[in-house]
Design a protein around this ligand. Structure first.
Ligand code: FES
Ligand code: FES
Length: 237
């Protein structure tokens, strides 16, 4: 029987029932379909050979897909946009890539990113508190602890760890008596140089770097004039 629009009524009813069943079927199948789609999406976002890794960097949790061979330095710079940590040698010789992992200094070019899940990673970008620089950062500025600045993020992270190591009474290769490790107030120039010997500065801003650490320990660093005089004397030798 025509339905008044040129279509038989049974066709409309069958069409209605079909649509109803299709809708019901979709509703029943929806959760599993959605889950499958979600899984597909995660898998889709991973490139060939990549795995999902969750890193906690400067207090923020970030999940990325990376190959297991990617270093922490590359993950920070290339995937998380944190370019403060620098790539100097990429083989553990210069210290430009130094970051803190659970408070300890680490060459991030020698650490695999996939092994850092569950650890607290701090880069130079995470040292300041709001607009307030970390005391070590301020000390580097006050004492001209840099020239080109390429090594500076690593030097600063290493210096932050150095202060913590002294507070924890860790000795160094030049500590005369390991049963009596130095305190911050009496940390000698030789101790600072030894403890920062894993961070190279191709500009040779070492005098300013040592003075910055002295300031950060609470000591009075030599004046810029005294530093210049010392550099001139060194150059004459
Ligand atoms: S870049 Fe890592 S130690 Fe040189
Ligand atoms: S300031 Fe240039 S490498 Fe250190």
């Amino acid at each position: 029987m025509p339905d008044g629009k040129g279509k038989p009524l049974w066709t409309s009813r069958r069409g209605f029932l079909g649509r109803a069943l299709t809708a019901a079927g979709t509703a029943i199948a929806a959760p599993s379909l959605l889950n499958a789609q979600a899984k597909e999406k995660v898998t889709d976002s991973l490139g060939e050979g990549e795995m999902q890794v969750t890193l906690t960097v400067n207090g923020k949790v970030r999940t990325i897909g990376i190959e297991p061979r990617v270093t922490l330095l590359d993950a920070l710079r290339e995937r998380l946009g944190l370019t403060g940590s620098k790539k100097g040698c990429d083989r553990g010789q210069c210290g430009a890539c130094t970051v803190l992992i659970d408070g300890q200094r680490v060459y991030s070019c020698l650490a695999l990113a996939v092994m850092q899940e569950g650890k607290e990673i701090t880069t130079v970008e995470g040292l300041a508190t709001g607009n307030q620089l970390h005391p070590v950062q301020s000390a580097f500025i006050d004492n001209d602890g840099f020239q080109c600045g390429y090594c500076t993020p690593g030097q600063i992270c290493a210096a932050v760890a150095l202060l913590d190591e002294v507070k924890r009474e860790c000795g160094s290769a030049v500590t005369p008596d390991l049963t009596q490790p130095p305190q911050l107030a009496d940390l000698s120039e030789a101790e600072i140089k030894e403890r920062l010997s894993g961070n190279l500065c191709r500009c040779g801003a070492y005098n300013g770097i040592v003075a910055a650490v002295q300031q950060a320990t609470g000591q009075t660093p030599p004046s810029p004039a005294a530093l210049m005089l010392g550099m001139e004397q060194e150059a004459r030798l």
